[in-house]
Design a protein around this ligand. Structure first.
Ligand SMILES: Cc1ncc(COP(=O)(O)O)c(C=O)c1O
Length: 478
């Protein structure tokens, strides 16, 4: 691929320009304006001498598809530029994978060995936690899970054998925001501990964790970075030496990104700032509106003053993101029926794309857990996660109004049933009262009759006595 003209220089602070221009040579193959897809599994050497030059580091070129690809490399350079700390202009690199999970698992394999210890927050992507607590545990890596959003608890859990703190921010699904600068400051006292931040929900538009003291930042590019729900990818960004360790792990583990997906990712990244800025605005508007709705018990969005991490979010994020979580005043089945009423939002896992996606968390991300297990980890039956897309905000809100209408109708039916029940209770109580009254009256009559019978008996006895006395008196002769 010709790279005779150096890459166009990019102003370090202007994210929109970085998104479009970084990682793209000024003059690409065939004079194309866009990056071509290098669809090849392997690369030809002109001679054995060139092979030697390659292995002995005298030239830089590609060798085999698992070790690198020009289209993938262009996307890596763009991602590195987007996440680079702006102030230092430091040597940030990035390595791409075939999915977010491939990025996370490869990074952890690269940094950990038997006997090491990892700290994780209790809230976050379920598969990441499962990888650490189940799979890595089989290789002798121990872990401590601490409450989400608590930077102090994360720092306090550091042990002599701790090598990695891995946190998301904002977290899934309650969007807890970690005070990364505070956590990084605490971690600095332990030079062997690396801070890894899964910033999938934030994106480099809303937060650059490397700037706030993280050692490596990870993203599922499947979400906002790709942005169109049409690819799976994952990336690890950070200082060159650390990223090269992760790259070596990828070369062995093999979770590479296909060049076609890398092309889609490059294309998606060009509009990342535009999309995320719009999603920030739409989500905030929706979150505020949801807070006014009687069918909604609670809204979780870091941009709202009611969110437990609002103050931290104001300090560490420049936008609160496109995901809004909320709890409906509804049980499991009513919530499911309510989401079925959506005509615009698509019921699907994932987030961050141009299409608005909606999911009932208990039935999607946490399907398979019993009701008590869900309750134990705070997943309410009525919890809904909404990822706002790029549709008109009014249409998204109208769609949610359909959801809320189902909740309202169900609540009305329950209220009506309760009213009928209450009326029936009043009626039954009145009937009991009436029966008791009849009973008491009967008793009174019976008592009166008893008195009456006694009196009659008494009178009869008196009469009989009088008659006896009269008989004893002499009869007068007529
Ligand atoms: C925060 C977070 N990290 C990582 C992943 C895994 O990414 P992928 O699905 O691309 O493997 C996900 C997936 O939902 C996620 O939400």
């Amino acid at each position: 691929m010709p790279t005779s003209t150096p890459p166009r220089s990019v102003e370090p602070d202007r994210i929109a320009t970085i998104a479009v221009r970084a990682g793209q040579p000024r003059q690409d193959a065939f004079d194309a304006v866009t990056t071509p897809i290098a669809c090849t599994a392997t690369y030809a050497f002109s001679s054995s001498a060139e092979l030697r030059d390659h292995f002995e580091g005298r030239i830089t070129r590609d060798e085999y598809g698992r070790y690198g690809n020009p289209t993938v490399r262009a996307a890596e350079q763009k991602l590195a530029a987007l996440d680079a700390p702006r102030a230092s202009g430091g040597a940030t690199d990035a390595v791409l994978f075939g999915s977010g999970m491939a990025a996370i698992t490869s990074a952890l394999f690269a940094l950990l060995k038997q006997g090491d210890h990892v700290i994780l927050p209790g809230e976050g992507y379920r598969r990441t936690r499962a990888f650490v607590t189940s799979l890595l545990a089989r290789f002798g890596v121990t872990s401590t899970v601490v409450p989400a959003g608590d930077a102090e608890a994360l720092a306090r859990a550091i042990e002599p054998r701790t090598r990695v703190i891995l946190t998301e921010s904002p977290t899934n699904p309650y969007l807890r925001v970690v005070d990364l600068p505070a956590l990084a400051a605490a971690k600095r006292r332990h030079p062997r501990v690396k801070l890894l931040v899964d910033a999938t929900f934030a994106t480099p538009v809303n937060q650059r964790p490397l700037e706030q003291g993280a050692d490596l930042v990870l993203h599922s590019c499947t979400k906002y970075l790709g942005g169109h729900n049409d690819l799976l990818a994952g990336v690890v960004c950070g200082d060159e030496a650390l990223v090269s360790l992760v790259r070596e792990a990828r070369d062995v583990l093999g979770g590479v990104l296909d060049p076609h997906a890398a092309y889609l990712l490059l294309r998606g990244l060009k509009t990342l700032p535009l999309r995320v800025e719009r999603q920030n605005v739409t989500a905030l508007g929706i979150a505020r509106w949801l807070e006014t709705q009687p069918g909604v018990e609670r809204v979780y969005y870091p941009g709202l003053a009611s969110h437990p991490d609002h103050a931290v979010a104001k300090r560490v994020l420049s936008g609160a993101g496109g995901v809004v979580s909320f709890v409906l005043r509804a049980d499991l089945d009513t919530t499911a029926r309510a989401l079925d009423a959506c005509r615009l939002a698509t019921i699907a896992p994932s987030l961050g794309g141009v299409e608005t996606l909606i999911e009932q968390v208990a039935l999607m991300s946490y399907y398979g857990l019993a009701a008590e297990e869900r309750a134990a980890i705070g997943i309410a039956d009525g919890l809904v996660r909404l990822s706002v897309g790029l549709e008109d905000p009014t249409d998204i809100r109208d769609d949610l109004a359909r959801v809320l209408e189902v909740v309202r109708a169900a609540t009305k039916r329950v209220d009506a049933a309760l009213e009928v029940d209450a009326a029936a209770r009043v009626d039954a109580a009145a009937r009991v009262d009436a029966a008791l009254e009849v009973n008491a009256a009967t008793k009174r009559v019976d008592a009166a009759l008893e008195v009456d019978a006694a009196a009659r008996e008494h009178l009869a006895r008196d009469a009989a006595a009088q008659a006896g006395e009269a008989a004893k008196e002499p009869r007068h002769a007529v």
